[in-house]
Design a binder for this molecule. Structure first.
Ligand code: ZN
Length: 263
């Protein structure tokens, strides 16, 4: 990994994660001699589909000039190309490589930290401080109006024509429900009620856990800031815009809402 870029091997069927025997001899070169966490020890990511996965942070030099037959692709380019299990592995790699890289030294006393046995954490041998990977909670909400339309917003960074559900990070001291109501008020200017929990999804780009809600419009006029949110509109089921990837919780919520019209 280099940030959210993934090292892949080109194959006839498209990009695949390189096998250990392909990259192990290159590990010192790939990581610039210092993998996340110190040394060139890869990070165990767990098992999926009968295989064990490992991650390591790539140096900027390797990102600029990867070894022959290997290349870096942004993880966003793999949405809709790789299945959810493979993307989950990549998401874990992004978060854990970043965690190990950010906590090589103690934030309290500046001593070098070391992996804590039996736990996904790093510990400072000097002052005893322990660091765990942060999983910032985020919320996402589909708001429905009594006329059967839902409110979707276009983030300024989205491709033209794409809309999604309103989302944002939970702030310190907030409940999930308060965060949903605040985000909706801030981003699209309306009030909501009757929140219902939909489900959750680990979200690799924010190294976050996204929790989805459905809600009812209860008042106010749609107003966006024009900076972060370019546009927000009410959409009916037969007039939906370009939507995010099928592996996103936003899309799963919108699809579930679309199907519910048939009943
Ligand atoms: Zn310390």
């Amino acid at each position: 990994m280099h940030g959210t870029d993934v090292l892949v091997e080109d194959s006839a069927g498209g990009p695949v994660l390189p096998r250990t025997e392909r990259v192990e001899p290159l590990l010192a070169e790939l990581t610039g001699g210092v993998a996340a966490g110190g040394g060139v020890q890869p990070i165990a990511l767990g098992h999926s589909g009968g295989r064990a996965y490992f991650g390591a942070g790539a140096s900027a030099a390797v990102r600029a000039a990867p070894p022959a037959g290997l290349s870096f692709v942004p993880v966003r380019a793999l949405l809709g190309v790789w299945d959810e299990a493979a993307l989950d592995v990549v998401g874990r790699a992004i978060a854990l490589v970043e965690f190990e890289g950010l906590h090589r030294f103690c934030g309290r006393c500046a001593a070098a930290t070391e992996p804590k046995a039996g736990e996904r954490a790093r510990r400072c041998p000097s002052c005893g401080a322990t660091f765990h990977p942060g999983i910032p909670p985020a919320v996402i909400v589909v708001v429905e109006r009594d006329d059967g339309r839902i409110l979707l917003a276009r983030n300024a960074r989205f491709p033209p024509g794409m809309f999604s559900a309103v989302a944002g990070f939970v702030e310190v001291g907030e409940s999930l429900e308060q965060a949903v109501c605040r985000e909706v008020a801030e981003e699209v200017g309306i009030r909501i009620d009757r929140l219902r929990y939909f489900g959750s999804q680990p979200w690799p780009f924010g190294r976050s856990l996204m929790m989805g809600f459905l809600a009812r419009y209860s008042g106010g006029e749609v107003a966006v800031d024009g900076i972060e949110i370019a546009e927000a509109r009410w959409f009916s089921r037969d007039d939906l815009p370009i939507l995010p990837s099928r592996v996103s919780i936003a899309r799963r919520m919108i699809d579930a809402w679309t199907i519910s019209a048939l009943h």
